[in-house]
Design a protein around this ligand. Sequence first.
Ligand SMILES: NC(=O)c1ccc[n+]([C@@H]2O[C@H](COP(=O)([O-])OP(=O)(O)OC[C@H]3O[C@@H](n4cnc5c(N)ncnc54)[C@H](OP(=O)(O)O)[C@@H]3O)[C@@H](O)[C@H]2O)c1
Length: 300
Amino acid sequence: MDEERWLITGASGQLGGYVLESLIHEVSPQSITALAGAGPVVECGAAVQRIDLRDRSAVRTCVEAVRPTHVLHLGGVTTVGAAFADPQATRRINVETSAVLAECVARHGGRLVFASTDMVFDGTAAPYREDAPPCPVSEYGRSKVTAEQAVLAVDNTLVVRLSLMYGFPRTHRTTTFVKQIESLRRGESLRLFTDEFRTPMWFGDAAAALIALCRSGQAGILHVAGPERLSRYDMARHFASVLGIMSTNFVASSRLSIESPEPRPADLSLNVSRLRERFPRVVPGPIRAESLRGHAGGGD
Ligand SMILES: NC(=O)c1ccc[n+]([C@@H]2O[C@H](COP(=O)([O-])OP(=O)(O)OC[C@H]3O[C@@H](n4cnc5c(N)ncnc54)[C@H](OP(=O)(O)O)[C@@H]3O)[C@@H](O)[C@H]2O)c1
């Protein structure tokens, strides 16, 4: 097992934190290199390298030095808003760096898994299987589709399309999820969409699946998502119920009621039959107590 050399990009991100926490139970810290942006990284003994993913030559140098056998490429521009604000930088990081990284990793005999998204679809024909044609309606989704094509041009690469993830960040970070749970606990009113559906999964389940899939021989595209199709409103109701919060103040609303520069897809539910069939042990579970435990540094 220790002959494995892991390289994780986006290690300072939400998913990166969960990946490091999982991986550290399976391999020694010396066999993990965490490539991080500016944010804090989970302390697990792994080597942390601060890198700007826009700098493709730094990415190449790093791969040549580490010679990773397993790469989880999670880093990049990860929100619709950020991609819309700077499409050029988004393409540079999400597409061009991903292409260089995939090619360089393969040249040195390693295998790369690329984190893509349910946002490659437009939300009109869910649930989506792997062979459904991508039809993104946002700059973010378009950058991920082009990145998928670039990394899939390299042999033995796997693209994992992830659904919306939830869970407490493993380092100090205020996320929409954290704010929502805090509002729930304070009994504040929450306005939630009843007409926007996803198949949400816990970051911990996604991390475990990505690690297992990187060790598998699976190439191509695979959907990894939770088992339930839930609206934003339903998700919050599930969170409240699992956390034992009886008194809630939810206000139903429509995604069409807010102004947004790009369309908000109605239903991005992913079909996970292929995952269930080939990798039944890593199929993400439903919202449950384990997935809502542990606010890093927050004392719950
Ligand atoms: N979260 C979701 O619900 C979701 C759903 C579907 C797919 N995904 C995909 O899953 C992956 C992980 O998502 P996440 O939620 O963990 O994202 P995240 O929390 O936003 O983390 C993004 C990571 O990328 C790093 N990064 C961004 N720009 C960088 C740059 N120029 N140089 C170096 N590092 C840079 C960030 O570094 P710093 O912040 O430290 O600077 C951070 O470590 C992404 O590929 C995302 O597209 C996420």
